[in-house]
Design a protein around this ligand. Structure first.
Ligand SMILES: *Cc1c(COP(=O)(O)O)cnc(C)c1O
Length: 396
């Protein structure tokens, strides 16, 4: 069946399956392949410079092509390139687009490993990065220099959840001839589509909601047009960046239930955030869908929903024993990195001075939550117990 022209949920159900090509099985089996055999010399010699033909496992297989087709459709792009992790998608894309002498602008609130790559690796190669206030909006024009070639937007920001004025930033960047790259992991390609707001490339850590079960690292860069696709694809081929067949399989499988899972993550996340906002130790809940989150009105304007990831800012900088008492006693919220799986998570997340330079964090202790798919009453009970532990630890 062709899914073209159908609704988004229909497309996510049908894209990339190619059922008739593999015995009628509903799911495309993972193509585990390095060597590809060519029946004739003529076929061996026929090379597709756009890398859309299977030639060698590392440069593309039916698994990667199917996943990329589905992700390009989800994000409304022209073509996509898959990667072994979200960070690899980001770093390969940046390497594809910059050269020595360039200056780039990166949101101060970006995913910390993205910042470290820009600062250290790109810095070593003669690319200068300025980290900008995520709430700068059209004011970004004032930071653009003759050497500026790229603006990276991540909205909302990792850890602190500022929603950025994406259209204003993209417009200023475009009129200065800069490329715009988005890290769209939070919205998962469902609640925000950066390519419709001026981005050239939308990147996702599919590790999070697309895979959705905390069992694979996977990334994607969805490109606006053929020229951009070729730049990113050639960089991926040059660097040997690739995603494994099993991870791609899990990504494709996750896509089938993505919107359904996100709707529940959203509902549970909002219920938890509202409950947390009512606790006396909490100064603010940084949830883009709630007033009080920086850029909330931009979220209302540009986004169609919220995922299950948000943070709580405490009234004060919690002493370490109190923070430990709060997080150590939780039974249902696991403590660990990443998010987007079916399970709830908690993570102390106050940004240190090394990962925030344009707008240093001066508020209270931040704790990030991921709302999983458990029963919300059970999650609230877990939080209630955690607050009891916190209050005991704060009582002299
Ligand atoms: C997790 C994450 C990444 C990196 O994804 P990996 O698959 O872990 O490399 C990039 N950006 C954001 C916003 C993330 O949350």
């Amino acid at each position: 069946m062709t899914a073209a022209g159908k609704g988004p949920r229909t497309r996510l159900t049908h894209l990339g399956r190619r059922t008739h090509e593999h015995a009628g099985a509903v799911n495309l089996p993972p193509y585990r392949a390095s060597t590809i055999l060519f029946p004739t010399l003529t076929e061996l010699e026929s090379f597709d410079p756009t890398h859309r033909k299977v030639r060698y496992g590392r440069t593309g297989t039916p698994s990667s092509f199917a996943f990329e087709e589905a992700m390009a459709d989800l994000e409304g792009g022209h073509a996509a390139v898959s990667f072994g992790s979200g960070l690899q998608a980001l770093t390969t894309t940046l390497l594809a687009l910059v050269k020595a002498g360039d200056h780039i602008l990166v949101a101060d609130s970006c995913y910390a490993p993205t910042r470290i790559f820009c600062r250290d690796t790109l810095g070593r190669m003669g690319v200068e990065t300025t980290f900008y206030d995520p709430q700068i909006g059209a004011g970004i024009a004032g930071l653009i220099r003759p050497a500026t070639t790229l603006v990276l937007v991540e909205s909302p920001g990792s850890l602190t959840f500022e929603v950025q004025d994406f259209p204003a930033i993209a417009q200023a960047a475009k009129s200065a001839g800069c490329r715009v790259v988005a890290d769209n992991t939070w919205a998962a390609g469902v609640y925000f589509r950066p390519l419709e707001h001026g981005a050239d490339i939308s990147i996702q850590a599919c590790t999070k909601y697309v895979v959705g079960h905390a069992d694979a690292n996977l990334g994607v860069a969805v490109c606006r047009d053929e020229d951009t696709y070729l730049l990113v694809k050639h960089a991926a081929v040059d660097l040997g960046a690739t995603a494994s067949a099993d991870e791609l399989y899990l990504g494709l499988r996750g896509l089938r239930t993505l919107t359904l899972r996100l709707a529940q993550h959203q509902e549970t996340g909002l219920a938890l955030a509202q409950w947390l906002a009512g606790q006396r130790e909490v100064r603010r809940v940084l949830h883009p869908a709630l007033p009080g989150c920086p850029g909330h009105e931009l979220w209302q304007r540009d986004f169609t929903g919220a995922c299950g990831l948000f943070a709580v800012e405490f009234d004060l900088s919690l002493p370490r024993p109190a923070l430990a008492a709060f997080v150590d006693g939780m039974a249902l919220f696991g403590m660990g990195y990443s998010w987007g799986g079916y399970e709830s998570l908690v993570l102390p997340s106050t940004p240190g001075s090394r990962i925030r330079t344009a707008v240093p964090w001066t508020g209270g202790t931040l704790v990030r939550f991921h709302a999983g798919l458990e029963d919300v009453e059970d999650l609230l009970q877990d939080l209630d117990v955690a607050f009891t532990h916190l209050r005991e630890a704060l009582t002299p």
